[in-house]
Design a protein around this ligand. Sequence first.
Ligand code: GAL
Length: 355
Amino acid sequence: MIINEHMKLVDKNNFNLAIDNHQVELFTLKNTNGVTCQITNFGSRIISLFVPDKNGLFEDIVLGYDTLQEYLECDEMYFGATIGRYGNRIANGKFTIKGKEYQLSKNNGNHNLHGGNKGFHNVVWNANQTEKETLELTYLSKDGEEGFPGNLKVKVIYTLSKNNTLEIKYEAKTDKSTLVNLTHHSYFNLRGIGKESIENHFVTINASKYTPINKEGIPTGEIISVIQTPFDFTKEKAIGKDIHNSDEQLVFGKGYDHNFVLDATNLKCAARVIEPISGRTLEVFTSQPGIQFYSFNHVEGIHSGKNNTAFITRSAFCLETQHYPDSPNQHHFPSVILNPDEIYTSRTSYKFSVK
Ligand code: GAL
């Protein structure tokens, strides 16, 4: 293991602040190979993630900020956050459960995005580091919070295993029928943050279909084949290969910002990304039916991040495992309703290796 100058952890003191009487902290998970992940209970967010390249050099591969203050003041990107109650967009912020219509805030044009202004990314969770490699976070989202019905108890468990896998387990219970669609929003650059664009990262997504969007990012309702389109990642392909194509879907998304319909949901490999220079490889395994592949398309004017890393368009990618966007209003998409007699569970693993 080579600990190079890039293995500079974010300072815990920069997160030591109380918000509405809830103490924020920065926790460190570390496995026996030296893989290190810093997580804060503000938004249940990953703040840094150091993994080795093919020469054993560790680098931070997720975008973010050095201080809690910046997350509070500047973050419009949901860097590293747990997203809820509903990850992705709900058209017009409106949905109906059991005949009752609910109106959420419109925090993304005319639509609701990622749970609204006070989504799970912007609240303080209770945290308990049960082991060196495990952090459990819980949050009670009250009935009516951001317009959603039901008191929802949520638990997120991060575990960094010996085989360099960061596993995220989710659990939720409600006392009224509600919507739940939880996801994780890290922005990865496997070369190391602050390096070049991700257009030379090679991606495979095990999805033969995707859900096209309208120009506001809302699914049209169709579920169509990726074959012979720029959305075909069924065989390994550089992100940059087709991203500048004039395909209307890429114009609407300003790049990739689409939900892929996974061919398998039983924790099989959903996606793999290889960065050829460092050799760093990421594999994503999930129990979720979809994955939002986002190529960091909306960057204009945002503040620079950790170690003065500039945020540049396409300097990172997200692979957000989740249900399809706007599922509450698209009744042929898998259901996102959680009833009081049910327990929501889902699981996603990000596994790191070198090639
Ligand atoms: C993604 C979403 C993008 C953008 C981003 C946050 O999950 O698909 O459209 O909103 O979050 O900036």
